[in-house]
Design a protein around this ligand. Structure first.
Ligand code: MN
Length: 322
């Protein structure tokens, strides 16, 4: 991370929270997902673990996977989170332990709400298109919902859109933007939106002053609040803004993530979210013992992913910044 500019913190009266406008560039780190797909991980970031309830952002592709297996992520568990899958190119087959089997395609939103525990696999379809390009996001569930039963896989093939002036359009994936609300289930105030901007055009995007936001550059070169973003970079905007500006040099696509700052401390380890070291130990042991908690993913051609060894030190709950 490089902190390009730090505007003075903006205080409001009395017991109101301090709204910190920020402009922090978050650079991705490369991580192998399974053996065949390399992703660029934006969250959790060293200095910025969450944006609203968004706690995990992987951006992959566009990769030419013609003649190759493409994505192949064997069955693995999740707890206390939602996975949000959004593709720009390609096809991914999702199977889970409560019986869903769904082909995910570009422009469709697919959400898996793990609650107490679920398992799933993700793989490119056998006759997949040449290009694979997408985002895998996680949303942390608040304490009051994180132990719910896993929810049936939610798929939305048409999502609401809102025009942002003449040059830009937002598709609202989850939450609310510009008075338009997605039908997707969310458990804390948040937003995820894809915004396309015509080359040479600009837009102002409405924000909720009390929420924090980050903008991720997916395609094209954009300038957000004066900061130029390369493809794959993310700009954390803090909170206290009622809009942000975006200019596109060529046709561009960005994804806006934001929400109410998530004040619960969480433990994130491997594919689990919990609130304590001991909870993670229990989930890990249950997964490796094929406990009923996570169920069985039917139909995947291969072995499930064993959980790795725990680190030597105890995991400690962490807040949204570090
Ligand atoms: Mn997963």
């Amino acid at each position: 991370m490089s902190n390009l500019e730090q505007d003075p913190a903006e205080s409001t009266c009395g017991a109101e929270p301090v709204l910190e406008i920020a402009t922090e560039l978050l650079e991705p780190r490369k991580v192998w997902l399974g053996k065949t797909t390399q992703v660029r991980r934006l969250l959790p970031h060293k200095e910025r673990r969450m944006v609203g309830a968004w706690c995990f952002v992987d951006h992959y592709g566009p990769d030419d996977i013609s003649g190759q297996p493409g994505m192949r992520v064997p069955p693995h568990p999740h707890t206390s989170l939602q996975t949000v899958t959004w593709l720009f190119d390609g096809e991914v087959l999702h199977r889970d332990s409560i019986g869903s089997q769904v082909v995910i395609r570009p422009g469709e939103l697919h959400i898996m709400t793990a609650g107490h525990g679920i398992a799933h696999s993700e793989e490119s379809t056998a006759e997949h298109p040449a290009l694979l390009h997408g985002l895998q996001l996680w949303v942390a569930l608040p304490d009051v919902h994180r132990s719910d039963a896993p929810r049936a896989f939610d798929s939305y093939r048409a999502l609401p859109k809102v025009a942002l002036g003449d040059a830009a359009t937002a598709t609202v994936l989850i939450g609310e933007l510009g008075g338009v609300t997605s039908p997707a289930p969310s458990y804390s105030p948040l937003v995820g939106a894809e915004i396309t901007v015509q080359g040479g055009g600009d837009a102002r995007v409405p924000l909720a002053v009390r929420h924090e936001y980050a903008v991720h550059a997916v395609d094209g070169m954009v300038t957000v609040e004066g900061t130029r973003l390369e493809r794959g970079e993310m700009l954390y905007l803090g909170r206290g803004r009622d809009t942000f500006s975006v200019q596109a040099r060529d046709d561009a696509r960005i994804v806006l993530l934001g929400g109410e700052p998530f004040e619960e401390q969480i433990v994130m380890w491997w594919n689990f979210i919990g609130r304590s070291h001991d909870e993670i130990v229990e989930a890990r042991e249950q997964w490796n013992a094929a406990d009923d908690r996570f169920g069985v993913v039917q139909g995947f051609d291969g072995d499930r992913l064993p959980a790795p060894a725990m680190p030597n030190s105890r995991l400690r709950p962490r807040g949204r910044t570090r």
